[in-house]
Write a protein that binds this ligand. Structure first.
Ligand SMILES: [Zn+2]
Length: 166
């Protein structure tokens, strides 16, 4: 595995990104409970997730794939992932907000939230970049022999294959 610890995208940078995104794109969403952000373990499909702190269920924790420290991953891709997790927070999934709908992803609720916040192009650009580059990034970080590369790159999959978890 490639080491990426030297990246400027450290813990402080991550916290500043969350602050920036919150104040610029989610200023209407009240901070009803503490929200932390941190890097988790390298993952192939999980870009980010939001959960509750095991030791304190009043704290929400956004976990980000540490592969994002790799400077080859453009910043807009990371921002879009944080916006995605902030959307779950606003919708009441693993947060103290009221739950806005039954399922965190169904019915295009994430894309709609991006669109309502004027960020639909960010949503589209993230998907485009991941579709074109994520497999190569994974090969770099996990070794090509450990990555399944679909023979046809234009497979029609309704739900992006790289999204899992919350
Ligand atoms: Zn999600």
């Amino acid at each position: 595995m490639k080491k990426i610890e030297s990246s400027y995208r450290d813990q402080l940078w991550l916290e500043q990104m969350l602050d920036y995104i919150w104040s610029n794109h989610f200023s209407d969403v009240e901070k009803v409970n503490e929200v932390k952000i941190k890097y988790g373990r390298k993952a192939k499909r999980r870009l980010g997730s939001i959960g509750l702190d095991r030791n304190d269920q009043t704290i929400s924790i956004i976990t980000i794939n540490p592969i994002y420290r790799d400077p080859e991953v453009p910043q807009h891709v990371i921002v879009a992932t944080i916006v995605h997790e902030m959307t779950h927070y606003a919708h009441g999934f693993n947060s103290m907000h009221d739950r806005k709908q039954r399922h965190p992803h169904r019915g295009g609720v994430i894309r709609r939230e991006f669109a309502e916040r004027g960020l639909e192009s960010m949503y589209i650009e993230q998907k485009k970049w991941l579709d074109q580059n994520w497999i190569s990034i994974l090969e770099k970080h996990f070794g090509a022999e450990n990555i399944y590369r679909p023979r046809k790159s234009k497979l029609k999959i309704k739900i992006p294959w790289w999204i899992s978890g919350l």
